[in-house]
Ligand binder design. Sequence first.
Ligand SMILES: C[S@@+](CC[C@H](N)C(=O)[O-])C[C@H]1O[C@@H](n2cnc3c(N)ncnc32)[C@H](O)[C@@H]1O
Length: 319
Amino acid sequence: MSEVFHIAKHFSISERAVVFEGDCLELLKNVPSDSIQLIITSPPYNLGKEYERKLKPEEYFDQQRKVITECSRVLNKTGSICWQVGNFVDSSSIIPIDNILYPIFRDLGFKMRNRIIWHFEHGLHASKRFSGRYETILWFTKTDDYVFNLDPIRVPQKYPGKKFFKGPKKGQYSSNPLGKNPGDLWIFPNVKSNHVEKTIHPCQFPVELVDRLVLSMTNQNDWVLDPFLGVGTTIVSAIRNNRRGAGAEIVKKYVTIAHDRISKAQKGRLPIRLYTQPVFDPQYAGKNLTNAPWLKPLPQDNGQLKLMEKAGNLYRKAK
Ligand SMILES: C[S@@+](CC[C@H](N)C(=O)[O-])C[C@H]1O[C@@H](n2cnc3c(N)ncnc32)[C@H](O)[C@@H]1O
């Protein structure tokens, strides 16, 4: 864990953590060009949440364009932007926000590297369409010469014991012992009431999601910036991983919580869900209420098991 340092109120390149209370464009004004390695954010979705005034779609688009343009200015040549978004929902009709924001990035010359699908299990239950259970992270780089460290974010292989069965490497393990590329479909629980990281903020993103972006797209001591900071998750991840973090937030109570979380994270005292923890499965954990009382338990299918056993015996005999 990194050393304990103070949390600055205004951006200065010599700081380690900056929480600016106010509009993100004001914070960005004071950030030098080409100084930030990674910008991660989950902007307001214009859904009329407690922290947002619902704007007309053109107004929202215009506001986002201004912020993204400033982010482009402050971003380093080897840097990345990750914009994490969901959908507008309007009378049960959805408008994918990533689709409408993509042209802004494209027109600024950004190159899209992945459209990551973040899948989670909890949310509103829709009755006239399928319930929404994913959001996306649009990952853009400023140039082709960008930082991407795969090793720190590898995940366990499915078959680590698999070996080459022919050729010069016959008998050697065939997969990378450090693990495999996690792919572009990410499964992390969203931060709802039972999540250890939950605060009063209605739309926090989980630290493990930000960690994966920070570890792969930055190096130690690089700057990570979040223009829509909320309760400080991006800075928490930055400092846990020995990077520098800055962000802006307009709502005072979220700023206060961000300060508290960052201070606790510095001391290693902030409860965090680690990506190595399996996703909670209530049935597997033997929780009450996971069996529907109106259904009889299914009889064990011995027929199927016998069939598989017979097939196995035949196969062994044939060998
Ligand atoms: C979706 S939330 C981000 C939550 C954050 N990812 C977290 O984990 O806490 C968007 C945040 O942006 C803030 N916000 C909205 N407009 C802003 C602006 N112009 N400048 C700075 N923050 C703003 C909102 O108050 C809200 O907390």
